[in-house]
Design a protein around this ligand. Structure first.
Ligand code: AMP
Length: 133
């Protein structure tokens, strides 16, 4: 069965899209640790990041770097933290999280909640920054 992220890439499930390339897709995490918390995935479904082939791995991290720069240009933060867990969704993904201190990346912290309108606005602001790079 296709992963939930493959279904997002295929447009079967909605997402707050940030950017896409031939191989990669970036969208807002719906349970964000911070405003602008974004997931970057390969369109090709591979469960485990360490199983992603070298070429796609480089492409994915290079794409994530561009997305990260777009996020930090519009979200107030010190840095963009990058983390890979993949314990919940079996489709390799990089979390890009705007942070000011290490604890901002703690997944045991309560998640933020945004309205649909707010998610749309955040995504649109980051998307524009990405396109303007
Ligand atoms: P993990 O696999 O542990 O890295 O966590 C999966 C992440 O995917 C969590 O932060 C979820 O909030 C996020 N997530 C799950 N389903 C969706 C979805 N439909 N749209 C956006 N983010 C999602």
């Amino acid at each position: 069965m296709a992963s939930i992220f493959t279904r997002i890439v295929n447009g079967e499930i909605p997402s707050y899209k940030i950017a896409e390339s031939n191989e990669c897709y970036a969208f807002l995490d719906i349970n964000p640790l911070a405003k602008g918390h974004t997931l970057v995935i390969p369109k090709k479904e591979v469960d485990y990041m360490l199983d992603v082939d070298d070429e796609l791995y480089k492409t994915l991290f290079s794409f994530a770097k561009q997305v990260g720069h777009a996020i930090e240009s519009v979200v107030d933060c010190k840095r963009i933290g990058m983390i890979v867990f993949g314990l919940d969704v079996p489709h390799a993904h990089i979390h890009l999280i705007p942070i000011n201190k290490a604890s901002d990346m703690s997944f045991s912290s309560p998640k933020l909640s945004f309205s649909n309108k707010e998610f749309i606005e955040i995504a649109s602001t980051i998307r524009k920054a990405f396109e303007d790079q």
